[in-house]
Write a protein that binds this ligand. Structure first.
Ligand SMILES: [Cu+2]
Length: 141
């Protein structure tokens, strides 16, 4: 004797539970997307630039290296680099930008503004720590 299959009933309850799961996932996604995301330290390029009164500011952190390592900025706008230190005792506080003949020991904590001029599209400015072990790049687009 074959058992009568309750296929249609099973299918229906499966569909309902799949439907509920999908709705639940959308609800979770919605809640997650609405909540403020923490500021990324080394994340997406271009998030660390700001144009104010016709001057482009690009900000990087110096502590155990440079973050973000690569910054993308706009070409054709006077640009200033702000290097932030915060209890920086390692050699990333000693900064060298050869192309600008720039060399400085940054304060252990503070912000240092460096005029990096107006870049052309395709230019890349490279900075190094005093020992040359850490580096960062500013790319002009
Ligand atoms: Cu170094």
């Amino acid at each position: 004797m074959k058992k009568p299959e309750k296929k249609s009933g099973n299918e229906a309850s499966k569909l309902i539970s799949i439907g509920l799961t999908v709705v639940l996932l959308f609800a979770i996604g919605y809640i997650v997307m609405r909540s403020p995301s923490p500021k990324t330290q080394s994340g997406a390029p271009a998030s660390n630039t700001e144009i104010k009164d016709g001057i482009q500011y690009v900000t990087i952190d110096a502590k155990g290296g440079y973050s973000p390592r690569i910054s993308e900025v706009k070409a054709g706008i006077p640009t200033k680099l702000i290097v932030k230190t915060n209890g920086t005792y390692d050699c990333s506080s000693s900064i060298v930008i050869n192309a600008l003949n720039y060399r400085k020991i940054l304060p252990q904590t503070g912000e240092t503004e460096i005029d990096i001029g107006t870049g052309k599209a395709g230019d890349t400015l490279q900075g190094l720590c005093g020992m040359g072990m850490y580096n960062f790049q500013i790319k002009f687009n």
